[in-house]
Write a protein that binds this ligand. Structure first.
Ligand SMILES: Nc1ncnc2c1ncn2[C@@H]1O[C@H](COP(=O)(O)OP(=O)(O)OP(=O)(O)O)[C@@H](O)[C@H]1O
Length: 247
């Protein structure tokens, strides 16, 4: 399979403190990959390094797709929900990279944004201010924005955080839809069982790369044990899944 993104011995540091070291691997075209690891393992940093949002201190990130064809969903905590914008306008931001700063929205785009809101179950929410939404509704809006973005590569940072089971199922269905359309999807997640069920490939991080490949092999007990031994990994992720599954 054609590589879309390749990392070669990538390292990232914040104020000289290493957050990621020696990460090498390839995302193949149309792959569906989870990024797992304990809190502080460098998962968000990994996505940001791929996107060029943090400088790599060593190694290289090779991107074999136009930057405007990469969509990114940051963690909800990084999104300014007080920004005075309607739900429809927020979805329309997904067109921005195609339009550039001077392009205008046309009626076809507004219709596509409405279709996207329908697809995520938020018909009728068009004029609601973003700040009035629940966490799950906001995540649906952000998925609608990715739908209109029509990206080849989609990077999601903890897309199911603070989202209920029903919304998670709906959003997982969208992810499977993107995968079926031959898009390359990478998601930072915490729920190992969910990863085993839905994500064929996994990157397991613990400040360094523990393993990258087929999910069943990556999530072998020995690898989970190695990830757990990362300094500070005792702060078990979501429901204590690290100790429970690594045993
Ligand atoms: N902007 C920053 N400045 C300084 N240190 C940072 C910054 N961002 C992250 N770090 C540190 O880098 C390390 C990796 O952080 P990162 O957010 O990538 O981990 P993570 O695996 O995504 O964690 P979590 O599961 O808690 O979201 C942590 O020790 C974190 O404190």
């Amino acid at each position: 399979m054609k590589p879309v993104i390749a990392l070669r011995d990538v390292g990232v540091a914040y104020r000289r403190q290493a957050a990621l070291q020696h990460v090498s691997g390839v995302f193949a075209h149309a792959s569906l990959t989870a990024v797992l690891g304990p809190n502080g393992a460098g998962k968000s940093t990994f996505l940001k390094a791929v996107l060029g949002l943090v400088p790599v201190e060593s190694g290289q990130v090779e991107i074999h797709v136009a930057r405007k064809l990469i969509a990114y969903l940051p963690q909800q905590a990084e999104i300014d929900r007080s920004f005075p914008i309607s739900v429809l306008d927020c979805v329309c931001l997904g067109f921005w990279q195609r339009l550039g700063s001077l392009g205008g929205l046309n009626s076809a785009m507004r219709e596509a944004a409405q279709d996207a809101l329908r697809a995520v179950g938020l018909q009728g929410f068009e004029q609601r201010p973003l700040g009035s939404l629940s966490a799950g509704q906001l995540q649906r809006v952000l998925f609608a924005r990715i739908l209109v973005q029509d990206a080849d590569v989609i990077l999601l940072d903890e897309p199911f955080n603070a989202v209920d089971a029903r919304t998670t199922e709906d959003l997982l269905a969208l992810i499977h839809g993107w995968h079926a359309q031959q898009r390359t999807v990478v998601a930072v997640l915490h729920d190992h069982e969910q990863v085993r069920r839905h994500f064929p490939q996994t990157v397991l991080l613990a400040r360094q790369l523990v393993a990258w490949g087929e999910t069943a092999e990556v999530l072998a007990a020995a690898n989970l044990q190695r990830a757990r031994q990362m300094p500070d990994a005792s702060n078990a992720s979501e429901g204590g899944r690290w100790p429970e599954l690594a045993a």
